[in-house]
Design a protein around this ligand. Structure first.
Ligand code: ADP
Ligand code: MG
Length: 693
């Protein structure tokens, strides 16, 4: 089609379909300077023109703008109304990863999450060049693509070729650059998100922030490489940007799937089934898996109290433990299972890191760039952070706010802004000295400041203790798993009988298939917000008050209302597990059971058998621990001097370390249980040094 034909058709289109819109625009022009046009309307009106718009956007958009100008609308102040035309709602959405050279100079539409955005800077719109001899001024409109050079007039009518830029007469347009990446919920199981640069101009600038989920319509353009490379960069020159809802629950479910989910929720064993579907390849860790299931479900959607205070619904969990105890594996599993998840290492997360930053860098051509970190990008979902203890200082300081208020504020170089980080955090860390020292309370060995620790709803210390029975079962579990994988991959026969294969499969196959479980979780998160009942509240209250009493009697107050909120969240999530709109007693009980388990793991005093909650915050050690430690040192010394260490030899040293004969057996028992010593023969001891390291 000819350009004049385009203009003609657009005039008809606007006259018929956008009369009202244009009249309204005229009232606000030039404060509002663009007209948003639904592509589908155009497509209905004249399909050929709509097709041409997709194929040849530059010319067609220009024609549409000429057409509107030709209609002759005037603003209130008598200015000609010449808006930018911003088309939206294209028929096809492209995935960022599918963009290729066939799309160059075509109009495309993508969904993305903004991960960085630069300052708004002025860019030359029309350059005014003045001849240095005769003073004639030439106005040169600057093409968007020519971002790194300015188009100059070739030669002046006076035949000189030297010009200077006349800044006063040059016009500028606002320009901002951003990068978007694929929305996390659109990725399958652990795929890396791809990204693309977007250029925004004029009234599209200054409206978006990192972490925003947007739908962008624009022209795919080439950006020449710096230097001599023949590989061009691509970017989208946006003509329309729209913020879209950013929720966890964007997984779309069919009616059959919803039916299947509701049916599943009525299964009396649903709870066990969910837990049984969390990382079945990993042996043991029952309470952890149960808590992870609960974390995926989350508490009831953020409650805004009568005075406006917001309580977070997201549950934060910390796994802190010896190396090789499947922490990373659990994190990875949850990351792939969560409907929207990110997986990051505390240390490896460079740049924007975990939270958000403002930096001067290349992307902003030397200006400021705001960058969203993992917690912002995963907002509305789940962040799995490995090596949490090794995160950078900047992240550590904004982590407090990110975890509790679930936002991250940045105030730097005149930039003041806030990001949402409504993300459930599953973190893993090693203890202070790499592995747990069995004679110091776990709580003393957390390499994370107490202020951050207190923001976790549940903290699981994982100790790699020698336990013959457990070791045997776990070895069997791991080996069987590997045999199965081998058989599955190679088809080798005769290694296991069919019956053995069947029973092995049963042990390591998720009860609910991961795809369905992910949908189940998404459905529960979206549709179910259980409310506390009187009975469940009473239960939680009684447990909490007991905790407080215990805590108080020991002098300090490590138990705070934070734990109470945590108990409520856990109970709500439990109710969500069966899609119940009420938190029943069984939910309160589950919440309390998990909380109690954690308390015991962290702080039980082996001497009194009593919960030593305060150590979470204060970290005071207990006498029995000190004695065990001293006894261990004694045996170790004896062991280095003698081949065999008998009980009598140990007893002879006991007075020195304040251990009496009655206590000795108990202490030896603890040392053995922890795998620090063993008995090669009855009443003989050896230290198990080689196991440590
Ligand atoms: P961590 O992050 O705690 O140091 P990893 O997650 O890297 O440990 O685990 C080390 C290896 O040991 C992994 O291959 C993991 O599968 C295996 N492993 C450790 N504990 C278990 C377990 N309980 N069940 C199955 N495999 C385990
Ligand atoms: Mg690890």
């Amino acid at each position: 089609m000819e350009n004049t034909q385009y203009v003609q058709q657009f005039e008809d289109f606007f006259r018929e379909r956008y009369r009202k819109g244009l009249e309204k625009l005229a009232l606000f022009y030039p404060e509002i300077k663009s007209l948003e046009v639904d592509f589908m309307e155009l497509d209905k009106f004249t399909p050929e023109l709509a097709d041409d718009l997709l194929e040849n956007p530059e010319a067609v958009i220009k024609a549409s703008e000429e057409a509107v100008a030709a209609l002759g609308y005037k603003s209130v102040d008598g200015v000609d109304v010449k808006p930018k035309i911003r088309f939206f709602n294209l028929p096809n959405k492209l995935f960022i990863r599918n963009i290729n050279s066939a799309h160059i100079n075509k109009l495309i539409m993508i969904d993305g999450v903004i991960n960085k955005i630069t300052d708004v800077r002025p860019k030359i719109d029309t350059a005014a060049f003045q001849c240095i001899r005769c003073g004639r001024v030439y106005r040169m409109p600057q093409d968007t693509e020519m971002y790194d050079k300015i188009a100059e007039p070739a030669v002046c009518s006076c035949e000189r070729k030297e010009f200077k830029l006349n800044i006063e007469e040059t016009t500028f347009v606002d320009m901002q650059k951003m990068q978007t990446q694929e929305p996390l919920d659109a990725l399958v199981r652990g795929e890396q998100a791809k990204n693309i640069d977007i250029w925004l101009e004029d009234d599209l600038t200054n409206r978006m922030y990192p972490g925003d989920k947007v739908q962008i319509v624009g022209v795919l353009r080439l950006r020449p490489p710096k230097g001599k490379s023949s590989v061009y960069n691509i970017y989208i020159h946006a003509i329309h940007v729209e913020q879209i809802e950013r929720e966890f629950e964007e997984i779309e479910l069919t009616e059959e799937e919803e039916e299947q989910i509701r049916e599943l929720s009525e299964d009396p064993h649903i709870y066990n089934k969910i837990v049984g579907s969390i990382a079945p390849s990993i042996y043991g860790h029952k309470e952890i898996k149960e808590s992870l299931a609960i974390q995926l479900l989350g508490g009831s959607k953020s409650k805004i109290l009568a005075d406006g205070v917001r309580i977070r619904p997201d549950i934060h969990i910390l796994l802190i433990g010896d190396p090789g105890t499947a922490k990373s594996q659990l994190l990875y599993y949850i990351y792939t299972l969560a409907p929207k998840g990110v997986f990051v290492g505390g240390k490896s997360a460079t740049g924007a890191g975990l939270t958000a930053t403002a930096e001067k860098d290349d992307f902003g051509e030397g200006g400021w760039t705001l960058k969203a970190g993992a917690l912002v990008l995963a907002s509305g979902g789940q962040a799995c952070i490995d090596e949490f203890d090794k995160m950078g200082d900047e992240d550590r300081s904004s982590m407090h706010e990110a975890m509790e208020q679930q936002r991250i504020s940045i105030a730097k170089a005149g930039i003041v802004t806030t990001f949402r980080s409504e993300t459930a955090i599953l973190a893993a860390a090693n203890p202070k000295y790499g592995r747990f020292d069995p004679y110091t309370l776990p709580a003393e060995q957390f390499n994370i400041p107490p202020t951050l620790l207190s923001r976790f709803d549940l903290i699981f210390p994982i100790k790699d203790v020698l336990d013959e029975e457990k070791d045997k079962n776990m070895a069997e579990h791991i080996l069987l798993n590997q045999m199965l994988a081998g058989i599955r991959n190679t088809g080798t026969k005769g290694v296991l009988s069919d019956k053995e294969i069947e029973s092995a499969k049963e042990r390591v196959t998720p009860t609910i298939e991961p795809d369905l479980l992910r949908k189940y979780i998404a459905y529960a998160r979206k549709n179910v917000n259980p409310v506390l009942t009187k009975e469940s509240t009473d239960k939680i209250k009684a447990y909490y008050l007991d905790l407080r009493k215990l805590s108080k009697s020991q002098g300090s107050m490590a138990i705070t209302a934070r734990q109470l909120e945590a108990l409520v969240r856990l109970a709500e999530a439990s109710a969500k597990g069966r899609l119940s709109d009420k938190v029943e007693i069984e939910d309160a009980e589950r919440s309390i059971r998990l909380h109690r388990f954690v308390m015991q793991e962290i702080g039980i005093d082996p001497e009194t058998g009593r919960m030593d909650i305060d150590t979470i915050a204060t970290g005071q050690s207990k006498s029995r621990m000190d004695k065990a430690r001293a006894l261990y040192a004694t045996i170790r010394q004896l062991n280095s001097d003698n081949d065999t260490v008998t009980k009598e030899m140990v007893l002879a040293q006991c007075a020195d370390i304040g251990v009496n004969a009655d206590e000795l057996d108990k202490l030896l028992g603890i040392l053995k249980k922890n795998g620090d010593i063993y008995s090669p023969k009855h009443n003989q001891f050896k230290t198990a040094d080689d196991r440590k390291g």
